[in-house]
Ligand binder design. Sequence first.
Ligand code: FAD
Length: 493
Amino acid sequence: MGETEEEKDQAGKLFENFIQASTCKGTLQSFNLLCRLLDLDPQDHETFYCSLKTRLTSWRAKALWTKLDKRTCHKEYKKGQACVGTKCLIIGGGPCGLRTAIELALLGAKVVVIEKRDTFSRNNVLHLWPYTIHDLKGLGAKKFYGKFCAGAIDHISIRQLQLMLLKIALLVAVEFHVNVEFVKLLEPPENQENDGPGWRAEIRPADHPVANIDFDVVVGADGRRNTLEGFKRKEFRGKLAIAITANFVNRNTTAEAKVEEISGVAFIFNQKFFLDLKEETGIDLENIVYYKDNTHYFVMTAKKQSLLDKGVIIHDYIDTEMLLSSENVNQEALLGYAREAADFGTNYQLPTLDFAINACGQPDVAMFDFTSMYASENAALVRERFGHQLLVALVGDSLLEPFWPMGTGCARGFLAAFDSAWMVKRWAEGRTPLEVLAERESLYRILPQTTTENIGKNFEQYTIDPGTRYPNLISTCVRQNQVRHLYINGELP
Ligand code: FAD
């Protein structure tokens, strides 16, 4: 390419900064600098990855290209031609939004992610299923984060996971915009000429360039408070469940390294542990998890009476929202409760239990109500207005909320990301809306039943093709006449 050694050196250094960047902003900045130096435009999504590859030839870069090339070879992507011309908007840059974005980009679609925040600050740790670890390693996870799932470790902080997925997404030419909030869908105007606007998104700030893009596909990946219309939510109401998450500073000392993790103990499996805890501290738990990651992370389900007895909850209300409202929680007592449980759970072996600080500058402890969990009734729908069709889908927590202590969020979230990418591929092939929707809803029926045991064991074979992941798959269990209501030809509500 006629580059001087000096230019190559500089590009190598900028690439290294990008790989090492430890914040969302830092990643975006180093990526922009790199593109500017190489005079490459990530908006040329069809050629960007290949151009970047030929320009970055350090051994570290090459090692990453080898990994990513193996992925891009999946036959489902048709060499990046499967979804050429399809424009996708993803709402939310959490792990599931980013994972979906990567798959759609590999299919050759133009992908735009909007994220309302500009920091990745969640210390909380996600449990990963073996297939997810395999999947992420296949995308070069270890090149971005050397400590990724070393040895028997099967977890990662949400922050690290987002960071790694963002870097991969940028390399495959996903457009990522921070501080942009989705407000609602805008339907195409009536009586327009052929080249008038199609389906667009109302966003904040309103003058952001994303507001002027027409989309063929919109994916809601904005977490449990999904903002897209048309998805009724089913509620699963269990008995009162109050979870506490707590993060403590990990100074990576030898003493800390020796402390054993608790990969999930529930009362029924170790009654003595919980009875001893109660007797010694008054803390009454149903389960507890401890992961040693960037922080010492604990998640536990606490019984209401013990929270009342220990002064964490001030008044007993039947209404859970009132019960856990900030006015009814003694923050100091909550910190004490979490610290005491963590101390007992680790047999008092963690030398210091200083709270990590969260995005708001406060000790990173939170209490959540898990009594109700939500799942969307359907995974996708098609809107049609004045001749323009829009495929709308949900992934991640928006689709199916996980029970955190079980850590199914990411595992099922990624499966839904693959299933959605498969649906977009079908859509781009020109299948009818009802065909596409019936297949998607059939796959969605499987999702809540998935476990580490009943999904395909040959992770090497996993692709976005559902048949590679779900054994004995019948992808026609939902019939086209059962999804007619999801093909909506009319005004937005
Ligand atoms: P999320 O990770 O929730 O990401 C959604 C993204 O969308 C966010 O970045 C958000 O800023 C963005 N967004 C929201 N609305 C808009 C909008 N209108 N426009 C643009 N962007 C928007 N799981 C566990 O297993 N253990 C835990 O301890 C745990 N703790 C959690 C703590 C919190 C506070 C939250 C929110 C979730 C937690 N989870 C936990 C769940 C876990 O984070 C998710 O299962 C996992 O991150 C996958 O989620 P996701 O990508 O679907 O959504």
